[in-house]
Design a protein around this ligand. Structure first.
Ligand SMILES: [Fe+2]
Length: 177
């Protein structure tokens, strides 16, 4: 299963292209940071798996997660992590990265933080392209500073759109101030 989508993935072609760009960005950072092979692999797998259920329907997502309250489009990370854990994936950092990638989480290791940044900074997204490309280019040298900036940008967008902030997101921001 490593190094690709899980067999139970439900993703469109467009989504798959996004996932591949996220993995490429994570790999680029990991190489430039000279990370140990185990961490390179953890980042890559988190990238491959984070959106594996992004195009699953609401019934599927609620059945897997048991969640009846969160918005449907926020459930795919929780659902993918639940499937991976069911299948015996043992790495807590990978599971937590996938589980919380939509919300952010204060207790994340570097794997979760890297995935959260890559998901936002990958070059296929159409907004703020110059700013995001610059941030992506400095992640290996300024990992923590860029992470904080990405959290801030994502929260600002959420508030501007009038959407609710999850408690996990608020907890992450309060841990970074
Ligand atoms: Fe994603």
């Amino acid at each position: 299963m490593k190094g690709d989508l899980p067999r139970w993935a439900i993703v469109s072609e467009k989504r798959r292209a996004h996932i591949e760009r996220v993995v490429t960005l994570l790999d680029t950072w990991a190489q430039r940071m000279n990370l140990p092979a185990t961490e390179v692999e953890a980042w890559r797998d988190a990238g491959w798996w984070h959106d594996a259920l992004r195009d699953a329907d609401e019934g599927t997502l609620r059945a897997i997660t048991g969640d009846v309250e969160r918005p449907t489009n926020m459930l795919h990370g929780l659902a993918a992590a639940a499937r991976l854990a069911d299948e015996g994936e043992p790495r807590a950092d990978v599971l937590e990265a996938v589980r919380w990638h939509t919300f952010g989480h204060a207790d994340w290791s570097r794997t979760g933080r890297a995935l959260y940044m890559a998901d936002f900074l990958e070059p296929g997204r159409q907004f703020m392209q110059a700013d995001r490309a610059f941030l992506a280019s400095i992640v290996p040298d300024a990992f923590d500073a860029v992470f904080r900036q990405v959290v801030r940008m994502r929260i600002e967008w959420t508030v501007r759109e009038g959407k609710a902030l999850a408690v996990e997101t608020v907890g992450l921001w309060n841990s970074l101030r």
